[in-house]
Design a binder for this molecule. Sequence first.
Ligand code: NDP
Length: 449
Amino acid sequence: MLNNEYLKRVYEEVERRDAHEPEFLQAVREVFESLELVVDKHPEWEKNGLIERFVEPERVVEFRVPWVDDAGKTHVNRGYRVQFNSAIGPYKGGLRFHPSVNLSVIKFLGFEQILKNSLTTLPMGGGKGGSDFDPKGKSDAEVMRFCQSFMTELYRHIGQFTDTPAGDIGVGGREVAYMYGQYKRIVDRFEGGVITGKGLTFGGSLARTQATGFGLCYFSAEALKHLKNDSYEGKTVVVSGSGNVAQYCAEKVTALGGKVVAMSDSQGYVYDPNGIDLPKLFDIKQKRRARISVYADEVAGAEYHEGCRNIWNVKCDIAHPCASQNEMDEKGAQALVDNGCMAVFEGANMPLTPEAIEVVKSNGLLYSPGKASNAGGVATSGLEMTQNSMRLSWSFEEVDEKLQGIMKNIYKACYDASVECGKPGDLMLGANVAGFLKVAEAMMAQGVV
Ligand code: NDP
């Protein structure tokens, strides 16, 4: 419940204007609930309409993406780019290709991205984009034609000092490469810093592919050590999803001594009591682009269960939701609690419903929001842009070391802010407050723009 009159009024206004955008409203509400204390201390924000400006994107672009499939049939998808906030740097945030993409989803992701990018300490504003195109089941040639068509419109809105997209769900190395190729062709410039997640032969950064999953584990390890004097060693871990974030989260959990016993995709989950066989998982997902059920067909002792939401019934010490928004509801969270789980660290963006967060927090589990614990991906995108500007490449170890440093600093910023707000260890509160204060200061300094 919101108590601060100013926040309440702005939220009601957002609710009225954006009533048809449930994910965006959910993200705004969660952040507002954390900001009550700091807004009370800054009456000048209301006078300057700071919060009203904070919830309104600077620019929203929506466009037609026509493309022709291998059979010669024309399809029309919808493309989006939400340039939410550029107070601390050029807009930065991924592109998502998934049938569930709509303006509400892109706005919620762009809004979260403002605070996430602020937490990284790098100079990046918040943005997000994508399309309701589904790359699943499409040929490489179809994906290429779609990406080229998408970029043929997007190119005029982006640039290394304006807006720099990256990958997200459904957009990996293949899609980024096709989009970069088209951008380069149109503008006739090798402007590497315009998009991140590029291939290593044309300006990509070592460790970018691994960064979100690895960073999630660096953040979580820091929280476990600092708040519980504990570690991943000997822990049973459930990782939902089996895409980019989930794969490298599973790899790092295993390297740090944990055992990942379950992973999923949107259809169902696999349970492997012996611990997920990572080379097999990478082969199925990265080479064959097959369903997670194939894992159970090919690994002795592993089971496949229909229905991805049931993955939270698997007993574990630590849960890493790494698939999509609202993938864990109250029931899933309660199942974790009942099975003695000690921590939920988010890899995906907003994977827990507000009710699930309530269950997790009120039962004393450690909890970190995605905007803090998955920020390693965008942070390493920032490092990719730095290397592009310097025209050199750092080694895997150099990038990984910087990533570790950034994740530790993000943890510290969240923890310190939680202490200042009188709720030590409330990392959700800390992430929202720490991320917001920097953006607020920059917005106030720059006047009413
Ligand atoms: P991928 O496309 O590589 O993988 C997504 C995974 O989640 C797949 O296993 C997919 O299954 C599953 N999934 C997608 N939608 C749903 C759904 N509605 N219900 C259940 N499962 C679903 O994406 P990423 O790994 O890159 O992204 C995962 C999450 O992490 C997203 O929330 C994203 O915003 C966030 N994130 C990603 C970053 C990155 O660097 N890539 C950075 C920071 C956050 P299926 O194959 O069946 O669709």
